[in-house]
Write a new protein. Structure first.
Length: 468
């Protein structure tokens, strides 16, 4: 007993009481420096002091001396060996240090990893063995989304290339289509042809690199024709800039690499049509009025939303936004995020979020304050847009766009100006989706959550069939 080391448990006991080391030392009749040595396992605990701790803090001395550190280290070691973690594994000294100095953090980590394993087992059981590998494999879209997010959705090389091109040829939005068409032909021998609807099949733009011709469908409006030519300009005039970014991506799938080049060229096109400094000034002056900004730069509503997520230049940042686009079935068809918001990463399926209600009021801006189960709060605006309509079959192909930011930035957006920020009912409680959402008594619940069991009482009917 004379060599008992209880540093982490002593530290936890002190913190639970809200005491400093000096306060604990006074209660136990020892020095603060001695308490510090005990907490760091640099001194063993005598029987007399162990009894004093048990008496003063009304705890069982057997609970204090029960050594579970070896088991916790083993549990932690097994957890960090999970294939979900990449890179070098922490060594045994690091694991022991975590158990000794951050036991509650270790407990939370192991609890989280256990929940992840449980959810994974449930998902795999639903998917079946034949689909397990496909289910676990990240899609190219997910990999590329993560690459953009890891760069803050901001690429200075593309911004610089776009600014150089803008200053030389594209100062006037009214002449951009003509200037882009001329620049492609004069500098690169690439001509542009407007094709009749149906000539390109389902394509809206096709760049024939061999023949040096850009084919644009009549189904594209002026703003989108300009955007497509700007996209092609990036491919033919700045291939080395694209290649440098692609090479450092670390991607090895040819499909993912091709997709990445497309998204980077789209980034350049947006930066060319909406130059960073001018765009940020207009956005701030207009208090992020999306329609006004689109009118100033002769761009589409969607192009403005997506461009706003890229304003992350050091020393000249805009409001940090995330952007989602969903179809009427609730599928997320586009996602950009300059933040680490979970709502942007995985959201889009909660029916309480008015991103879905927007389909009933086409073309009308719908603002909403929302709160996630973890207490994170956001302000979002949602509105529908139309895909190109060029036949009876392509009518009513609406999509909803949602632009959002942390609630603390809402005062900078004109769409939030009419709200009382102190209203306790301001925030709508939403979740990522029903399979993961822990909220109870939600009238919109459609599934039993994977990670918890909702209470069921045979004598009571709740707001849904999943709980009572």
């Amino acid at each position: 007993m004379a060599k008992t080391l209880i540093g982490p448990r002593l530290r936890q006991l002190r913190r639970e009481r809200g005491q400093t080391q000096a306060e604990m030392a006074r209660k136990l009749g020892v020095s603060a420096s001695y308490i510090n040595l005990l907490e760091n396992n640099q001194r063993s605990l005598s029987v007399q002091l162990l009894m004093s701790v048990a008496d003063v803090y009304a705890v069982d001395w057997r609970d204090l001396t029960r050594d579970e550190s070896a088991r916790r280290v083993a549990d932690l070691r097994n957890a960090v060996r999970d294939p979900v973690f990449s890179g070098d594994q922490p060594d045994i000294q690091e694991l022991r240090g975590a158990v000794d100095h951050a036991p509650r953090l270790v407990d939370r980590f192991l609890e989280l990893h256990g929940a992840y394993r449980t959810a994974l087992e449930k998902i795999l059981s639903l998917a079946g063995d034949n689909n397990a590998d496909e289910l676990l494999r990240s899609s190219p879209e997910t990999v590329i989304h993560d690459f953009f997010r890891d760069h803050g959705n901001h690429f200075p090389e593309l911004e610089q290339a776009a600014e150089a091109a803008w200053q030389s040829d594209f100062a006037s939005p009214e002449d951009r289509f003509f200037n882009l068409r001329r620049r492609l032909e004069e500098r690169h021998g690439v001509t542009t042809q407007i094709r009749r609807i149906g000539d390109l099949g389902d394509a809206l733009r096709y760049y024939d690199e061999t023949e040096g011709v850009v084919h644009l469908s009549q189904a594209l409006n002026t703003a989108n024709r300009v955007f497509q030519l700007a996209h092609v300009l990036c491919l033919v005039e700045y291939p080395e800039v694209l290649s440098a970014i692609v090479e450092r991506s670390g991607l090895d799938s040819q499909h993912a690499l091709a997709r990445l080049r497309v998204e980077l060229a789209n980034y350049f096109a947006a930066a060319l049509l909406m130059p960073y400094d001018a765009f940020l000034r207009e956005a701030e002056a207009a208090r992020y009025d999306l329609d006004r900004i689109a009118a100033v730069f002769s761009t589409s509503f969607e192009q403005v939303c997506q461009r706003l997520t890229t304003l992350q230049r050091e020393g000249a940042r805009g409001v940090p936004f995330f952007f989602l686009r969903i179809d009427k079935a609730g599928n997320v068809t586009k996602r950009f995020n300059s933040t680490s918001f979970h709502l942007a990463e995985y959201g889009g399926s909660c029916p309480v979020w008015n991103i879905h209600t927007a389909f009933y009021t086409p073309g009308v801006m719908m603002p909403q304050f929302v709160e996630m189960p973890d207490g994170a709060r956001y302000f979002t605006v949602s509105r529908t847009v139309h895909r190109p309509v060029f036949s009876e079959e392509t009518q009513d192909r609406r999509l909803t766009l949602a632009l959002g930011c942390e609630a603390k930035y809402a005062h900078r957006l004109r769409y939030a100006s009419s709200y009382n920020f102190d209203d306790p009912k301001l925030y709508a409680p939403i979740g990522l989706n029903c399979n993961l959402c822990p909220r109870q008594a939600c009238s919109q619940r459609a599934h039993q959550p994977l990670l918890m069991e909702l209470p069921i009482d045979e004598h009571r009917r709740g707001s849904t069939r999943y709980e009572s």
